[in-house]
Write a protein that binds this ligand. Structure first.
Ligand SMILES: Nc1ncnc2c1ncn2[C@@H]1O[C@H](COP(=O)(O)OP(=O)(O)O)[C@@H](O)[C@H]1O
Ligand SMILES: [Mg+2]
Length: 166
């Protein structure tokens, strides 16, 4: 866990993909133009599972696959949805992709393996770290850096994932 987070992280114990989907849906409901979410965790932790549930709640229709080979895939939902997976590239290669267009655009950016490009992320962003703690159990740490992400974490800590129907 990073030491310089702002505010208190939200620690979520997921007992199966449906629990992870509830957290993803809460965040999709909170998303606004320019929202940036970084996802980290080992292979098979559930980054893509999270992304798929997030996209569904955002109103994206059709299949959201891991964009490992394409790096960036764009979808249309309530807001444009930019799904990125930087697993196969270096920071230097990422710098040539023009990611700022996405991060500072009108859509929502979700980055799998965000730690590779941490220094390229906008300072305000949400970071999600998924740890495999059992076959179906995951410990998910949600940290806010800047606004509105700190408020999201406070709200999650106060009310949990079931109260964000907006
Ligand atoms: N609690 C859970 N949360 C998310 N995924 C889970 C959970 N339990 C089991 N899984 C399974 O783990 C796998 C995660 O794969 P994936 O999302 O592709 O991982 P990643 O993108 O992190 O490599 C999926 O098959 C999913 O169904
Ligand atoms: Mg993946």
């Amino acid at each position: 866990m990073e030491a310089n987070h702002d505010g208190k992280p939200f620690i979520y114990r997921s007992c199966g993909p449906e629990d992870t989907a509830l957290l993803a849906a809460w965040l999709a409901n909170a998303a606004v133009p320019g929202t940036v979410i970084g996802l980290d965790g080992d292979l098979g932790a559930g980054k893509t599972a999270f992304s798929q549930a997030f996209a569904k709640q955002l109103g994206v229709r059709g299949i959201v696959n891991s964009p490992t080979f394409t790096i960036i895939k764009e979808y249309e939902g309530r807001l444009p949805f930019y799904h990125m997976d930087v697993y196969r590239i270096s920071l230097e290669e990422a710098e040539d992709l023009g990611l700022d267009e996405y991060f500072y655009g009108d859509g929502v950016s979700l980055v799998e393996w965000a730690q590779i490009i941490t220094e390229m992320l906008p300072k305000p962003h949400l970071h999600i770290f998924i740890e495999t703690t059992g076959p179906d159990e995951r410990k998910i740490t949600v940290e806010g850096f800047g606004d509105p992400y700190i408020k999201w974490c406070s709200s999650l800590n106060e009310n949990g994932v079931l109260h964000n129907e907006s």
